[in-house]
Design a protein around this ligand. Structure first.
Ligand code: UDP
Ligand code: MG
Length: 321
């Protein structure tokens, strides 16, 4: 398994590949051989840092086996499933290298692309992010919703969030150090990556279908993920509520004037139940939506204010000296 050349350790720069894993026992045996051959000639000292995000299948055993056979492998196990964003954060906190790469365990991010990331890094880039030139094995619905999401968030947020970009990327040491300072609980990593700035370079690649196992993200999770993106990186929804409120108030004012004029001119036999009903329901609806938007932000502030840790570690393999 140790086919990766270990260049003279004093001069070679160090690369740490962070792999968040959650119930990936099926795909893990495929990962290391592929990673090995992809990075075989990379002029860097490689370390692989698996973050086991509280897996409940045979993942821990698989990881232990991999770590036993390979001195370059470290495994962090979180106390429970904290989600991919927290798992990546744990990886970034524990990586000690000149550059890190974040890689999905399911081989959807082809490890061969890391070579190009590294080339850009050597030319001075701090963040090299993979842009998906194609999305094999994804339904048109997922592609469509993803495209809509990126278009919207691009409009609504001041932080540049590049399209068709996932978490697959390389970060220089100073970019990692910058990210470590962002301890917000609601972590929309794509936004955080963009927020740190520095020299950011895209690399296009073809996203492959999952090598084995199944996706951990269903539509509901993706919807919540999108909400996270909007609320973490934009206050436009709040402002939108104000504008909708202003608009309805203006319309209501005009309609009120019409009713008064009509009453003065023609008198008012009791009628108008349908219009009354629709106005009441409409306003009720608008108010509830506005409250909901405020609630989304308020709830996040509440969770932020508790300042809980972002994840808890269960174990570190091999144990830190
Ligand atoms: N993952 C994780 N914690 C979770 C869900 C997913 O660490 O709660 C990992 C998963 O093991 C994989 C990566 O995040 O390495 C991407 O997950 P997946 O392939 O299921 O997402 P998709 O590619 O379908 O968006
Ligand atoms: Mg995947």
């Amino acid at each position: 398994m140790s086919t990766v050349s270990t260049p003279t350790a004093t001069t070679a720069r160090r690369l740490c590949v962070i792999v968040p894993v959650y119930n990936e026992a099926a795909v893990l045996p495929l990962l290391m051989p592929r990673l090995d051959s992809a990075l075989a000639t990379l002029p860097a000292a490689i370390e692989v840092l698996f973050v086991d995000d509280g897996s409940r299948d045979a993942t821990p055993q698989e990881l232990a086996r991999i770590a036993n056979n390979d001195a370059r492998v470290r495994v962090l196990r979180l106390a429970r499933n904290f989600g991919k964003e927290a798992a990546m954060t744990a990886g970034l906190d524990h990586a000690d290298a000149d550059a890190v790469v974040i890689l999905d365990a399911d081989l959807q991010d082809p490890p061969e692309v890391i070579r190009e990331f590294w080339t850009q890094f050597e030319q001075g880039a701090d963040v090299v992010y993979g842009v998906r030139a194609s999305r094999a094995g994804e339904s048109w619905l997922k592609r469509f919703t993803a495209a809509t999401f990126y278009r919207l968030i691009d409009r609504m947020s001041d932080t540049p969030i590049p399209r068709d970009t996932g978490d697959f990327r390389l970060l220089s040491r100073r970019a990692v150090e910058a990210l470590r300072q962002l301890r917000e609980r609601h972590r929309f990593m794509k936004g955080l990556f963009g927020w740190v700035g520095f020299t950011q370079v895209p690399v296009r690649y073809h996203r492959e279908p999952r090598a084995a196992g199944s996706s951990k993200f269903n539509f509901w999770k993706l919807w919540n993920f999108a909400l996270e993106g909007f609320t973490s990186f934009s206050t436009v929804p709040l402002r939108l509520a104000t504008y909708v409120g202003l608009l309805t108030a203006t319309i209501a004012f005009g309609y009120g004037a019409v009713i008064i004029a009509k009453t003065l001119l023609y008198g008012e036999p009791v009628r108008g139940y349908p219009s009354l009903m629709s106005v009441v329901l409409f306003l009720g609806g608008v108010q509830l939506v506005a409250l909901g938007i405020i609630g989304e932000y308020l709830g996040r502030m509440y969770e932020e204010s508790k300042r809980r840790p972002l994840y808890l570690l269960d174990s570190v393999t091999p144990p830190a000296a």
